[in-house]
Write a protein that binds this ligand. Sequence first.
Ligand code: ADP
Length: 709
Amino acid sequence: MQDSAHGDLLPFLARGGEMGSRIRDCDWTRTPLGPPQQWPQTLRTLVAVMLGSRQPMFIAWGPARTMLYNDGYAPLCGAKHPAALGRPFSEVWADIIDVVGPIMDDVYRGIATHMDDIQFTMRDRYGYSEETHFEFSYTPVTDGSGSIGGMFCACNETTERVIAARHLRFLFDLSDRLRKLTDPATMMRDTSRALGMHLEANRVGYAEVAPDNTTLLIEHDWVDGVLNHLTGRFRLQDFGTDILTALDAGQTVRIDDAGDLRHPESARRAFQASGAGSGLSAPVITEGLFVGALFVHQATPRRWRDDEEGLVRDVAARTWHAIERARSERKLRDEHARKDEFLATLAHELRNPLAPLRSGLGVLNAHDTSAAAAEKVRDMMARQLAHMVRLIDDLLDVSRVSRGLVELRKERVDVKEIATSAIETSLPIIDANNHRLSVSLASESLPVDADPTRLAQVLSNLLNNAAKYTPAGGHITLAAARDDHQVVIRVVDTGVGIPQDMLRSVFDMFTQVGDAEHGQGGLGIGLTLVRRLTEMHGGTVTAESSPDGSTFTVRLPLAEEPRAGLLDRTEATTPVAAPAVPLRVLIVDDNVDAVEMLAMLVELQGHTTASAHNGVQAVSVADAFQPDVIFLDIGLPGLDGYQVAREIRQRPVGAHVLLVALTGWGSAEDKNRTQRAGFDLHFTKPVEPEAVERLLVRLAHDRATHPPT
Ligand code: ADP
């Protein structure tokens, strides 16, 4: 065999793995080097050293710079191996000869060279263009005659190391930059641009899965001018199942050539539709769900490397979390600001009615106030007080509703009844603004299973708003009709309208259109209450606006058919006949004014009162006074209202007395608590005089017909 023959004959060719055997097998007579037997001693020694070494090495020998290389060097040649053996260096490395040729010329002139890092753009090593890095030493070698016969090179390819270090630097810089940013949009824009420039890509952006889970939203992307922006909303299904399945599974989609038929058709179509010839998309998975992707596009085919894929995945994960954090911080800040604004509005709105109330008192206290003037002042004070009570009620309600403390007392009612009661409540403000109110209620029954008080609150809030946000002399329409299995209630006004971009957010807590200065005496919670209460009834509420005004639409599920007994409720609230016997009424409250006012009211009805201002006193006065009814405040010094109630129930007086709790707390739990303590009734402050009057009339009537034994 020639192989062993060369080996036997020429000991310098004896070793060297694959390349040793290739060198032995090569027909060197067809190269300028001629047969190995004739090679000069220096070349032989060099070849022996090269074949014996693990480090990548090559020799270029003779004027033609004919190449010999070892096993370590073969992978560096890529597709050029093994054809490179015995061929002139300038032919093998034609694509980088402009850089490396002059260095080699110097070596042939006797100048040794060492380079830690040289960069080449190679085009034909793998059939595509690539950035490469090398570290090498070129050493001139003399032949037998003493002149330079060729050169010897020991080298390493450092491409991976150099690029990894560069990616790392990029990631450091990026983290640094992101730390200083607080605006999520700027974070996305900055990262896209930085990554695009770093990878020399044509387009980079973030795509987020929208809450509806069927669309993908691209809010920001960066382009270098070669590709167009891709911002917008896209249907997820248009990306094809192949891409989506991969992203869902947390895999990066890597497309080197969108025209390559080996890629699934849906993926190619999606890429081509976006104008991209190649790309990388790294998914972001949060709590097991695919929530979005960072994509990098190139207009032309590009062979993406593993390190580039790794980098894009890394950037996607890091920045996504930073962006999410910035978003929640921003949300918190906004909520904080809204809360501050709300507190300012609250202070302003609560103080507003106080000024006329105070001056009203001044007028009433003056000696020379005429009866007519006093009457007018009292009307004004009643109005202002009602306004203030409404504000505070809304405030307490919204807090209770959002904490889930409000329980609906549902019954079968007709929406028309509720509409009528809401109109009654809102009529004063509608009239005060000189609006015309049109009411259109379907003639058929519109039964719903609802809490009448709460639903009336929803409608009167909408009517109040219509009146508030419509310039004087406007037109308000309230319409209710059946629509399939729903009842649709519309409140339409001819007012100032609502900007389109606010139509959803007006239902958010503390949201008001424009600044507080232009507000109409509200807290920005009415619509929050409307939405929450409507939703608690299984319904929806939406707002529309046109240049002619606003329309609020409430939809509620219709109940089957109206039941008998719709009127039971009204019966309970209708006052019964006039007082039959005067009652003995004990009023207990640590607020002396509150006691006095209530006592005056009760006495005006012909009853006798006694009072107490703390728990202990309450018990002893009850023993001495033997009242028929006790209005008992809960938050008392010493013994609280619950303890007083329990104590009184233990005594003879407790056997027949009607115990009425007076409290600022009105949730179902509060009511249970008063009931457990022995109370008969629970009144939430401020108590309406009419409610007290109705109660006493009925009790007096009861006592007349069934005196306690
Ligand atoms: P407010 O107490 O400020 O009225 P709401 O929650 O009831 O609070 O309403 C929120 C905001 O929505 C209002 O401040 C107002 O800007 C706007 N709005 C509500 N109803 C109407 C309407 N019918 N027409 C125009 N704007 C309205």
